[in-house]
Write a protein that binds this ligand. Structure first.
Ligand SMILES: [Zn+2]
Length: 339
């Protein structure tokens, strides 16, 4: 419990209380000192892992002994409040971190400490390991939607603000995962931390380089399943699909205007000569796009809105390219001047 001051710290006289500057304040009747009460600065951190769990510590001491809360503690004089937050994070939870952003500043009247100004930051874990230290008897991650009651009302408030801040992102990520449940773990084509914003065409060019035969195999299987009559022509069709995929690479690295359309006009011409129907030919090209897109989606992992945006943007480019292929393929197919 916060104890009231009894004697003047300058002259030792008993402290009195009266209205000063519009508020009841402690003052010294002998030397005239006024004892302003200022809130104590407190720093706290929200660390959330990629499973959307919040790092909490269990309090070893009063107030709120045995209750869980965010890593939290007083800032010291001369200490940056951000540094205090990170220091408390490491002291109480064993986790080294860096500040991501300010989440909330809250002022509260606490029965134990009096007036507090609680500053809460979002922090990212950069090292260390979760273990209780200092004033904590335990430290653990809890699902953000299922937290135990928190010791400090300011902690509850800050977590609420955090959730509100990230709800849209999480909804986007979840809807995307729902759309593509087969999305697996990240593969080597995932851009690293530094390349997250790498030009998306490069992502696709590299991806095709790596997967051109696997994508074509998957695609060929689907063609044969849907159109068993095309089985004898799979050699020709595979060559067409490889040309389409190489065409995308060429188009993305050299620019749209230089797309070699002649080979697709010729391919249309050949498909007709082989007796393959135009609807089947066009469907084969559409399935080529589908197989490329699904594989691209499957091999990436979507964690952030920017990755989702990037992927959708990439799909728009692919659609545009395939529309062109279909146009030239049909053109060749319907050629009137035949040998
Ligand atoms: Zn005094």
């Amino acid at each position: 419990m916060k104890k009231p001051m009894r004697y003047c710290c300058y002259c030792g006289k008993d402290i009195a209380r009266r209205e000063l500057e519009g508020k009841m304040r402690d003052y010294c009747p002998r030397c005239g000192s006024i004892f302003y009460e200022n809130p104590l600065p407190v720093a706290s951190t929200i660390v959330v892992n990629d499973r959307r769990e919040v790092l909490l510590v269990r309090r070893k001491k009063d107030p709120y002994r045995d209750m869980w809360c965010l890593p939290i503690g007083f800032a010291e004089s001369g200490e940056e409040i951000r540094d205090a937050a990170l220091r408390e994070l490491e002291e109480e939870a064993g986790v080294r971190g860096e500040i991501v952003r300010l989440i909330d500043v809250d002022t509260v009247e606490n029965y134990f400490y009096g007036s507090l100004a609680i500053v809460t930051y979002e922090a990212r874990m950069t090292g260390g390991s979760v273990r209780p230290g200092d004033d904590a008897s335990d430290a653990a991650f809890f699902p953000i939607g299922d937290l135990p009651p928190l010791a400090w009302s300011s902690n509850e408030k800050a977590v609420g603000i955090y959730v509100e801040l990230y709800t849209d992102s999480w909804t986007m990520v979840d809807s995307f995962r729902h759309l593509f449940p087969e999305t697996g773990p990240p593969s080597e084509i995932i851009p690293g931390e530094d390349e997250h914003y790498a030009f998306l065409s490069n992502v696709l060019v590299k991806f095709i380089e790596k997967s051109i035969h696997a994508v074509t195999d998957e695609w060929a299987k689907e063609i044969e399943r849907r159109f068993p009559a095309l089985s004898p022509h799979m050699g020709e069709l595979r060559a067409l699909n490889l040309n389409v995929l190489r065409g995308i690479q060429y188009w993305l690295t050299r620019g749209t205007d230089t797309l070699g359309v002649e080979e697709f006009i010729e391919a249309g011409d050949r498909l007709r000569d082989l007796g393959i129907g135009l609807p089947e030919a066009i469907t084969a090209v559409a399935l080529s796009r589908k197989s490329l897109w699904l594989r691209l989606v499957r091999e990436r992992i979507f964690l952030t809105p920017i990755e989702i945006y990037t992927t959708l943007e990439l799909n728009n480019r692919i659609i545009f390219f395939y529309d062109k292929i279909n146009y030239f393929l049909s053109l060749g197919y319907m050629k009137t001047e035949r040998p």
